[in-house]
Design a protein around this ligand. Structure first.
Ligand SMILES: [Zn+2]
Length: 164
């Protein structure tokens, strides 16, 4: 178990594309455990491997109602439908949140830590987090989706809907 430091914007690793995982070995299992610990300690809802300085296609997500995080290995979005405005934050860009456009719902696939294929249809917060985390492993940040600087807001007392 380890809580890892979260890399902050504008660190260049957040702008790099992470590499596919070919073998879910002991080192990947440890990485999954460490990312889950780091996410739970952060108070966020999702974490991508780039954010802890590792260029591998691995994300972990924990919805507020979940007892523990779920790991998605080599996740990809295979279908997106609709558009909606959401408020979003990022553990790598602390102190800010922004209004951006995300999909109404998505279909995604990937593998779990036991190498089983996972296919999911997600809407609402889960859909938003999956899009945010898969952006991370492609080197994209939510601020890239802002329509204008005025859509980026410094956090005061208001809590962002999603920080990942
Ligand atoms: Zn993020």
């Amino acid at each position: 178990m380890a809580i890892l430091p979260i890399y902050k914007y504008p660190h260049t690793i957040l702008r790099q594309r992470a590499k596919k995982i070919h073998n879910i070995d002991k080192s990947i299992q440890k990485l999954v455990d460490d990312m889950m610990d780091t996410l739970q300690n952060s108070g966020g809802v999702g974490l991508a491997a780039n954010q802890i300085g590792v260029l591998k296609r691995l994300i972990v997500i924990q919805l507020p109602e979940d007892e523990e995080p779920t790991a998605y290995i080599n996740p990809e979005i295979i279908h997106r439908e609709g558009k909606r405005e959401v408020q979003e934050g990022c553990l790598s860009i602390p102190g800010y949140y922004g209004t951006i456009t995300r999909s109404m719902w998505i279909k995604a696939k990937g593998m779990d830590r036991k190498s089983r294929i996972m296919k999911i249809t997600a809407e609402g917060l889960l859909s938003q987090i999956i899009e945010h985390e898969i952006d991370h492993i492609n080197g994209i940040l939510y601020i890239d989706h802002l329509n204008s600087h005025e859509d980026l807001i410094k956090e005061s007392s208001e809590i962002p809907a999603s920080t990942s």
